[in-house]
Design a protein around this ligand. Structure first.
Ligand code: BES
Ligand code: MN
Ligand code: ZN
Length: 498
């Protein structure tokens, strides 16, 4: 079960049980309003506990005080917010994650948001705490049939007490929509590949129509008519039919403006094909559809918060299998653009899928900008690890906006180069291009390949192979899948296109 927490926003008051959370800075002082509310006995209990445990209130650290004197709460949890000099910059989303981590599986939680003067406690801060808590509490346990007692599906009433609960509730509405998008993306990436094959993925994307998204699903017959032979080539060794899903959200104030297009690589499982991957770790390739999952999560977020933008999501869904019918190294495919591609390695399949989807998006929607997300190369993980996604773009303004949105959300991107010297590396003896560029600069030649299918459209490519899955535990995520990119792109849209 993925959503344990039930949020509410209330006026400050003491709870009659459950877990009470308060914040303390590194001077160990509680906010004056909190001191008044707790009363002298509880304040004394807290300071004795802090001294006994040598609690320093470092940012996001926590201390549990069971059965605090003078209170009806079953326990009080003090969460650190660190040094005064850092408090203005506090990332309330990460802090909310730390709070959810510290309280564990309590039945009722009340967070008193008041802190020292230099700590933000406005409605936006309250809503950010809830966002972080919801993301942190996510767990993918659908396939666990045996659960410990403390893992049972119990819900937690999670209340945040602040000065203006009505405004906080309003601010939470949009964040809740985005959180649902992140959770949806995580669920899709975590699902096993026998369950989430292309047609099933398409069905889940089609459920966005409940939110007012117009959804079209194309099957292999229709894709053949359109001419997506590069994409179909990847899927031709699989028992599962390839699919392309187009999702349209029309929320712009003015009708007829050029939309933003978001495009995702949706390789539901990547064995490498005939150029088979080694066995060790191959199970992780169920996450090779994380780009597509992010696009679906983003479309969910935009529709659920009724974003004032026209956005189109397009995902290419395939399974890359070795088979008698599969493509071979040496094959030449004709893409939708008419350009021909010599297959050197059938494991460089994501770019074949994206080539057709990018071209289709450009021709059909004449977008103001296109952004694709793909778990495209192992080389990007070598270059940037799991801290940054690789960003490649033909447009400095879009690139700068993505970098800024990354800083604001903690979903960071690092710009990588493009250039004609790299482009030459994918010229082919037999066709217009080949699908790999050799050992050097593997992420860059992959991006150069995509660039041949975007024409003059302002475009950015995000290589998310390092950030979307196998994620290290963070304040806001404990799951294998991170849902990376939903918050980044939601922010990008909200700041510049609404
Ligand atoms: N899906 C992989 C890339 C990948 C690797 C994603 C590790 C997540 C973690 C992609 O399809 C692939 O296999 N790329 C090859 C390209 C090579 C054959 C040019 C790679 O990175 O090795
Ligand atoms: Mn591959
Ligand atoms: Zn792949």
């Amino acid at each position: 079960m993925s959503d344990r927490l039930k949020f509410s926003f209330v006026a400050p008051a003491l709870p009659s049980g459950g877990t009470l959370v308060v914040f303390a800075g590194d001077d160990l002082a509680l906010a004056p309003a909190v001191v008044d509310l707790l009363g002298p006995a509880a304040v004394e209990a807290v300071s004795r506990a802090m001294a006994a445990e040598k609690f320093k209130a470092k940012a996001k650290s926590s201390l549990v005080v069971p059965g605090p004197a003078g209170l009806q709460a079953d326990r009080l949890v003090v969460v650190g917010i660190g040094k005064a000099s850092d408090r203005r910059e506090t990332d309330h989303v990460a802090l909310g994650g730390a709070v959810a981590g510290a309280v564990g599986r309590a039945r009722a939680v009340l967070v008193l948001l008041d802190g020292p003067e230099d700590f933000r406690s406005d409605p936006e801060a309250a809503a950010d705490i809830a966002l972080g808590a919801r993301l942190r509490a996510y767990a993918f346990d659908r396939y666990k049939t045996k659960k410990d007692e403390d893992e049972q599906d119990l819900t937690t009433a999670f209340a945040i007490a602040c000065a203006d609960p009505a405004a906080a509730k309003k601010a939470w509405k949009a964040r809740d929509a985005v959180a649902s998008g992140v959770v949806l993306a995580r669920d899709l990436v975590n699902e096993p590949p026998n369950v989430l094959y292309p047609a099933e993925f398409a069905r889940r994307a089609a459920a966005l129509s409940d939110l007012g998204v117009e959804v079209e699903v194309f099957d292999e017959k229709q894709l053949g008519k359109i001419g997506m032979r590069a994409l179909l080539g990847v899927g031709q060794g699989s028992a599962h039919e390839s699919q392309v899903v187009v999702m349209r959200w029309s929320g712009a104030r003015k009708k007829g403006t050029a939309p933003l297009c978001f495009i995702g690589k949706g390789v539901c499982f990547d064995t490498g094909g005939v150029s088979l991957k080694p066995g060790a770790g191959m199970e992780d390739m169920k996450g090779d559809m994380a780009g597509a999952a992010c696009v679906v999560g983003l479309m969910h977020a935009l529709a659920a918060r009724k974003a004032k933008v026209d956005a189109v999501g397009i995902i290419g869904l395939v399974e890359n299998m070795p088979d008698g019918k599969a493509i071979r190294p040496g094959d030449i495919l004709t893409s939708l653009s008419g350009q021909t591609i010599e297959i050197i390695n059938t494991d460089a399949e994501g770019r074949l899928v994206l080539a057709d989807v990018l071209w289709y998006a450009k021709e059909r929607f004449k977008p103001a900008a296109m952004i694709d997300l793909a778990t495209l190369t192992g080389a990007i993980v070598v270059a940037l690890g799991q801290e940054n996604a690789g960003l490649f773009s033909n447009d400095d303004a879009i690139a700068d906006r993505l970098v800024a949105a990354g800083r604001a959300t903690g979903e960071n991107v690092w710009r990588m180069p493009l250039g004609s010297a790299y482009d030459k590396m994918i010229d082919s003896k037999f066709a217009d291009m080949k699908n790999t560029g050799g050992r050097h600069a593997g992420s860059v030649t992959a991006a150069q390949f995509l660039k041949r299918f975007v024409g003059d459209v302002p475009w950015a490519h995000l290589d998310v192979a390092g950030t979307a899955m196998g994620s290290p535990a963070s304040d806001v995520n404990r799951s294998w899948a991170s849902g990376w990119g939903v918050r980044l792109l939601d922010r990008f849209v909200a700041e510049h296109y609404e």
